[in-house]
Each structure stands twice: as structure tokens, then as C-alpha cells.
Design a binder for this molecule. Sequence first.
Ligand code: CA
Ligand code: CA
Length: 171
Amino acid sequence: MVVHDDGAGTTTAEIYNSIIYGNTANPGADVTIATTTASSSTEIHYSDIGNVNHRSGTYNSSNLISASPLFLDPANKDFHLGFTSPCIDGGTTAVPDPPGMPATDFEGNPRVLGAAPDIGAYEMPEWDPWVYDENEDGIIQKMEAIHAIQDYFSGKISKMQAIQVVMLYFG
Ligand SMILES: [Ca+2]
Ligand SMILES: [Ca+2]
């Protein structure tokens, strides 16, 4: 993303609760700030930004992280957060109004679940080990527990989360 003005007008960019990460196309950085008039400014807060190339102009930031958002399956364009994403609960409700923070996420689900809004397009449902009850029979079978362990080893859930599923298997 490039924030720029034409040298005469005012550009005000306010970015909150957003993921801008992993850009490899020109101009390289995830965010390039190149404003020139004194009235222009760029504000980036409570967001996951890979890197910022601050060439010129006013730039303020706070509460940024710079780490892989650990999307569920980005190769297949699934940009839901994984259960171990650093973006979970990393956002803020204190978004400048207008427009303010949307009440729902990109899919229409409630925006604030858990301790705080998540960074990114999708709000992660609160962790529930019963998501591994794949046949929905109210029991965690061996294969379902194994899927949780596999997801732990591939980084999709944390060790504690995998243990919770396995404990349900042992009853
Ligand atoms: Ca949340
Ligand atoms: Ca089951």
C-alpha cells in the first residue's frame, strides 16, 4: 500500500485493526509513506504490518505487530486466522468515528468476540475444543484427537489446545 499526495492536497490515512503483510510486489514494503504537504498524515494503529518504508511526511503508529498473521490457508485464499495467530484480540474498539469500528466482520459475524476485536477481516470464534468433534456425536474419538495433535504439529493450534482435545478423548 502506498500513501501519497500530489504535493498540494491533503492525504489523511487512518489504518486500524488491519493486516498488511507479505507484499513482494513493487515497491517492496508493505506500506510506503510518501506524503509531502504539512497537512497530510498517516496513522497506523493496532495492526499487523510487515514493514513500513517511511520516506516522508507525518507518520504515527502504536500497538503494531510485525509477524506472520498465520492465516489458515493463504495458498488457497483462506484468510481466516489460525488458532495461534498473533492477530487474535490484537485490535481495538477505539476506531476513529466516522466510520468507527464495524459491528460485524467480513462474513457478518459479530466483530468483537473474546477480549478484543481481532486484527484482520475475520473475527476468530473463541477457542472451543469441541470443534474437533467432527461427527458431532458429543464424544471425541481417537481419530478426532489425532487430528488435533496433527494440527498442533503443523502449527494450527497450540499445545494447550491440543491437550484439551486429547483430555476430552480420555474423558
Ligand atoms: Ca477477538
Ligand atoms: Ca466425535
